[in-house]
Design a protein. Structure first.
Length: 161
């Protein structure tokens, strides 16, 4: 297989591509592509297949927040265990180790601002190594993971007016 990174790139853009479609795109056989995908799944290079949903077009109320977290890791524990403790909560969408003024970025989803506030006050802030948090609510998503949420095309006449 000469194109493993190309297969991964194509799947990251559209996980619905079949091995046959991918084989045509990378000039390989369907069997080779299917074997490569199985190997990527087995070694956890491919972690998941997930649909991106614009929840604003549904009846489901969903608020997303970005929380900056300062922590004081212990030598034996480090950042990894604290991150695991945080991402074990069902509301947590993502956790990133950061450089700069704070240590972790936590992305969470909730039904309301008060739902997110409850998570911060009851679950996150009381954690042993958490020094401080700063919560930012996402008001509108324009683009996420390379996908436009509002791919409106402007009419040239509207731009000139």
């Amino acid at each position: 297989m000469n194109h493993p990174e190309r297969i991964l790139a194509l799947l990251s853009e559209d996980a619905r591509l079949t091995p046959a479609q991918l084989a045509d795109m990378v000039d390989s056989t369907e069997e080779e592509v299917a074997a490569a995908i199985r190997a990527f799944e087995k070694d956890k290079t491919i972690l998941a297949y997930k649909a991106m949903i614009d929840w604003e077009k549904t009846d489901k109320e969903l608020i997303t927040a970005l929380i900056e977290v300062k922590i004081s890791p212990e030598k034996a524990m480090g950042f990894d265990q604290i991150a695991r403790d945080i991402y074990s909560h069902r509301q947590v969408e993502s956790v990133y180790l950061m450089s700069g003024a704070f240590d972790l970025t936590v992305i969470i989803n909730g039904r309301s601002m008060s739902d997110i506030a409850r998570f911060v006050f009851d679950q996150l802030a009381p954690m042993e190594h958490v020094q401080s948090t700063s919560t930012h609510f996402i008001l509108k998503k324009y683009k996420e993971q390379g996908v436009n949420y509002d791919p409106q095309q402007f009419d040239e006449r509207e731009v000139l007016i």
